[in-house]
Design a protein around this ligand. Structure first.
Ligand code: 13P
Ligand code: SF4
Length: 378
């Protein structure tokens, strides 16, 4: 198989003209032809029509595990966002896996390269390195564990690998922070301030011990030396633009309008929402919570719109509401559609891979150190 040969790859434009029925048939045909050499992974925020073609679905942690444990496949087509595909490439092609396949790599494809994550983009490696250097002038960084949320570029995961740090997801953040505090006194958490804060608060760490590092401020991320020296957790000033939209007032309005309603949110929501929600957890925890609730339960759910709409359809026996009056959807997850999925699969068949995700060797090696720490912590 060759990698991106512009002359032989099928152009994308004609796929836009195809109707969904045709695309569905062509995707099914490509899947049939590729058989067990293909694994399509789908994140819970994907559109229903895309999820319908996924072999396996999950939250970020589960999808990482699925990529890490994959056996027969030679192609992983990742219906999710860029950092997820990078993580799959690192884990599916780690040295022991490569050896078991006689050196053959698993090719990871992201159907649309524009499927990024705005939160991941809020922390660039040069900003994190500069912050680390500045922190080293006021505290001992040997006593500071860097923790990156999995929603980050591989270079940040590699940074954590090199500096005794670790990766976390929304489903294991508490266990990862507990691990981090067993290693060292303080934590530097990036890029999502909300997941870092919400998790730390549950562990009894108060806001006065959690200064926020603003990468756009020249001096100590906008903090005093005393604030950094007195910190337990230094939070990066990053957020998810989707979950940032949920507000405490939405929770109050639902509780007033529908007595007994339960508020179920993702921990990327701001503290004011997380604090007053009934339950907070990863996308899989949200799904599991709804699945296992008795019929007639009333929910207002604060996470990405496509997942909430799917839960509504799958659970007519329960009353499910979207927590915000606004449309909070992840525009980048939404980039993956049937046309891009079909295009990427037919290019695999055509022998001209498009949108292949390959993490550079040195970055992959150090990212793996931080990812493996995460996989053993749980
Ligand atoms: P989960 O790991 O909970 O699926 O979250 C991923 C994500 O991007 C949430 O915005
Ligand atoms: Fe990133 Fe937010 Fe989209 Fe999740 S929902 S992929 S954090 S932008």
């Amino acid at each position: 198989m060759s990698v991106v040969t512009l002359d032989s790859s099928l152009p994308f434009a004609p796929y836009r003209e195809l109707g969904n029925e045709v695309l569905r048939e062509r995707i099914a045909e490509a899947k049939r032809k590729l058989g067990s050499s293909l694994l399509i992974l789908g994140h819970h925020y994907q559109q229903d029509e895309v999820i319908a073609h996924a072999d396996l679905t999950g939250d970020s942690y589960q999808l990482s595990k699925l990529a890490a444990d994959s056996q027969d496949c030679r192609y992983i087509v990742f219906c999710g966002v860029h950092f997820m595909a990078e993580t799959a490439d690192i884990l599916a092609n780690r040295p022991e896996k490569l050896e078991s396949r006689g050196g053959e790599r698993v090719t990871v494809v992201l159907p649309d390269m524009a499927a990024g994550c705005s939160m991941a983009d809020m922390a660039a490696i040069r900003q994190v390195e500069s912050a680390w250097e500045q922190l080293g002038e006021v505290i001992d960084t040997e006593d500071l564990t860097p923790v990156t949320y999995i929603n980050s570029a591989a270079s940040l995961k590699a940074f954590c690998g090199r500096h005794g740090g670790i990766v976390c997801t929304s489903s294991n953040a508490k266990a990862v922070l507990e691990w981090s505090f067993r290693q060292r006194r303080r934590v530097f958490f990036f890029p999502d301030q909300h997941l870092g804060r919400n998790t730390s608060l549950k562990m009894g760490i108060t806001n006065d011990l959690m200064p926020v590092w603003d990468p756009h401020e020249d001096e100590l991320g906008g903090n005093t030396e005393e604030a950094i020296q007195g910190s337990r957790v230094i939070l990066w000033k990053g957020h998810c633009s989707v979950h940032q939209m949920f507000q405490a007032v939405h929770v109050h309005q639902f509780r007033e309008k529908i007595p007994g309603i339960k508020i179920l949110v993702h921990p990327e929501c701001p503290q004011e929402v997380n604090d007053i929600a009934d339950i907070s957890g990863s996308t899989s925890k949200i799904i599991e919570t709804v699945r296992s609730a008795p019929s007639g339960t009333k929910w207002a759910i604060g996470t990405e719109l496509h997942l909430v709409n799917r839960l509504k359809k799958e659970h007519p026996e329960q009353e499910i509401h979207f927590l915000s009056p606004l449309v909070c959807m992840c525009a980048t997850m939404y980039r993956i559609d049937l046309a891009h999925l079909c295009w990427s699969l037919e290019n695999i068949l055509n022998g001209s891979i498009v949108n292949r995700i390959v993490v550079k060797e040195d970055i992959a090696r150090w990212s793996l150190v931080a990812l493996e720490r995460m996989l053993t912590v749980r």
